[in-house]
Ligand binder design. Structure first.
Ligand code: KG4
Ligand code: ZN
Length: 351
């Protein structure tokens, strides 16, 4: 079974073909990031217009790279939420149209669930991708860490899960992006913070670990603590404009703050993951979402867990359609098709 995946929830327009829920045949990602960098974040209208420009060529390339024509494709999976309204519309309307004219079943994919399913890809003929040798075992504890979500979910089987906890305020990726802004580091903040942190001391500053009951997270307090720390370092008060802080911080101070923030953000996740591991004894623990690319987080989790931590190749951690096509393969086994004449976008869809 070969599924074409289409993803357009944020600034990446992506298409991919996955066979039988584990084999990646093609993976095309076009990003409009370059157009957003000057604004310090994704501009929804610019992202949507860019999706319109490239969505068909990207799909065409994905089919070509997989050596497939439409006769070879058994179904189309598309992200219908969560995400930016205009961006989601382009992908969903494209997928609906293609499903109708090529007479293919359509599968509605939840973006966040898709991130988890990137972990089920175990083989590819594409160059430059490191794949795990085996698929994760159930029960599977999924640690979802992205720009829009921070969640812990326990899967007892494919598509059967229970949400254990989630962030009460900012997502972890959002915290990386906001701290990068305070430090004057370029967008997106995750990779910039990680790069600066390599030259800093993670123990230079003691930042607070949020105390939240159960399996929920909080990252807004940590972000504010970084702001106060930066203000204290240059000796200014709370009313000093945050966008001017970075001009007065030295390179060494920025690196130390980045390293200390990253260390604490990762530790926040590790604390909850270990509690869930001890309570539920899962057969596997998988990382999912853009922040799964973070090496400090991977290292801290690996050092604490008694079983190997699973995570996708870095290229499959951030937004892509390979994960959507993979999820589509499992949706197809459950025969949960969407109506190509009706599928609506759900910008606020949750797990
Ligand atoms: O999953 P994703 O591509 O988009 C959403 O669904 O939100 O995640 C994007 C987030 C951004 O906040 C970005 O700063 C973060 O992932 N990110 C990272 C790294 N690479 C991307 N955060 C920490 N370390 C990284 N290496
Ligand atoms: Zn994402």
């Amino acid at each position: 079974m070969k599924i074409l995946g289409i993803e357009s929830s944020c600034d990446e327009t992506a298409a991919a073909v996955v066979q039988d829920g584990h084999h990646l045949m093609s993976n095309i990602v076009a990003s409009s990031m370059d157009l957003h960098v000057q604004y310090g974040g994704v501009v929804p209208e610019i992202a949507a217009r860019s999706h319109i420009d490239v969505v068909l060529p990207v799909i065409h390339q994905a089919l070509q790279a997989a050596n497939c024509d439409w006769d070879d494709i058994d179904g189309i999976a598309v992200t219908y939420g969560a995400g930016l309204g205009g961006s989601l519309l382009v992908g969903v309307l494209t997928a609906r149209t293609l499903a109708i004219i090529h007479k293919k079943p359509l599968y509605a994919a939840n973006h966040v669930l898709g991130h988890v399913y990137a972990n089920f890809l175990t083989s590819t003929t594409l160059p430059g991708l490191a794949m795990p040798l085996v698929q994760p075992k159930f029960p599977m504890l999924a640690v979802i860490v992205s720009g829009g979500h921070s969640q812990l979910a326990l899967f007892t089987d494919h598509l059967a899960y229970q949400l254990l906890g989630q962030t009460r305020d900012d997502a972890i990726g959002e915290a990386f992006d906001k701290v990068a802004k305070i430090l004057g580091l370029p967008y997106p903040g995750g990779p910039s913070i990680a790069a600066a942190a390599r030259f800093g001391n993670p123990l230079a500053y003691k930042l607070p670990l949020a105390q939240v009951a159960g399996y929920d997270f909080s990252f807004s307090g940590l972000k504010t603590a970084v702001l106060r720390l930066a203000q204290a370092q240059i000796g200014v008060g709370y009313d000093f404009p945050s966008f001017k802080l970075s001009e007065r911080l030295t390179e060494a101070q920025k690196n130390d703050i980045a390293a200390s923030f990253q260390y604490t953000a990762a530790k926040t996740i590790v604390t909850k993951v270990m509690r869930a591991y001890d309570e539920y004894g899962p057969g596997s623990v998988v990382l999912a979402g853009g922040v799964a690319a973070n090496l400090e987080l991977r290292e801290q989790l690996s050092a604490n867990l008694p079983i190997p931590l699973a995570y996708p190749d870095t290229k499959l951690c951030t937004d892509n359609a390979a994960m959507i096509a993979t999820l589509g393969c499992y949706l197809a086994t459950k025969e949960t098709t969407a109506d190509p004449y009706r599928l609506a976008i759900m910008p606020n869809l949750s797990m």
